[in-house]
Write a protein that binds this ligand. Structure first.
Ligand code: B4P
Length: 190
């Protein structure tokens, strides 16, 4: 199985690039953000809980996120592999991911980390707010909080994969096509 973690700060292009990767490599796309948003739309209990954190730019608690992601993974035992978009975002999530992939006798092959500086992230998210209707994109203070949460809680997850020699840094600035080409070369090199 080809299991890839697509990593990066909010607005780095994880969702955008995931669409290209799943098409080329035939992977199952698991985006925790998308699953939360679908639950918010469906007005489920999980959606109500997730919304209370997401609207403030905070992470949804690990226990909830891990259980949800685990059940999504176990729905696809025959898959050629997964692209994890927006997960793991904490070291506890990374450890849990290794554990439940081992239930499927598989493991993460690579973490591809999109590197984008903060001004560019802010501009991209404010631009997306014009069309997305997402409360967490519309307010610069909430975006700043999301970036701070990324720096404090999520960026340390890089070390988890560096220690396993699975970390690859990707320049996330440039055209969407150029960044896709960088990601394809990184995957084809493993
Ligand atoms: P996510 O849904 O994961 O989303 P994201 O970080 O906002 O963005 P992404 O990087 O996917 O950006 P995109 O490609 O769309 O998270 C939302 C919230 O959900 C979190 O804040 C948290 O509350 C919660 N959550 C999710 N996962 C969680 C977890 N594991 N644990 C706890 N909580 C969790 O790109 C953004 C914009 O940039 C788009 O408009 C795109 O068109 C544009 N863009 C992309 N590439 C570009 C390029 N090269 N140049 C110019 N613009 C570009």
């Amino acid at each position: 199985m080809l299991n890839v973690v697509l990593f990066g700060p909010p607005g780095a292009g994880k969702g955008t690039q995931s669409e290209r990767l799943i098409e080329k490599y035939g992977l199952v796309h698991l985006s925790t953000g998308d699953v939360f948003r679908a639950n918010i739309k469906g007005e489920t209990e999980l959606g109500t809980l997730a919304k209370s954190y997401m609207d403030k730019g905070q992470l949804v608690p690990d226990e909830v996120t891990i259980n949800m992601l685990r059940s999504e993974v176990l729905k696809h035992p025959e898959s050629k592999g997964f692209i994890f978009d927006g997960f793991p975002r904490t070291n506890a999530q990374a450890t849990a991911l290794d554990n439940f992939l081992s239930e499927l006798n598989t493991t993460i092959r690579v973490m591809l980390a999109l590197e984008v500086e903060e001004n560019e992230l802010m501009q991209r998210l404010l631009k997306r707010a014009e069309v997305s209707g997402r409360a967490d994109d519309a307010n610069p203070e909430i975006i700043k909080n999301r970036i701070a949460v990324y720096n404090n809680e999520t960026a340390p997850v890089k070390s988890f994969y560096q220690a396993q020699n699975k970390f690859v840094s990707i320049d996330g600035i440039g055209s969407i096509d150029d960044i896709t080409a960088r990601l394809f070369s990184a995957i084809d090199a493993i």
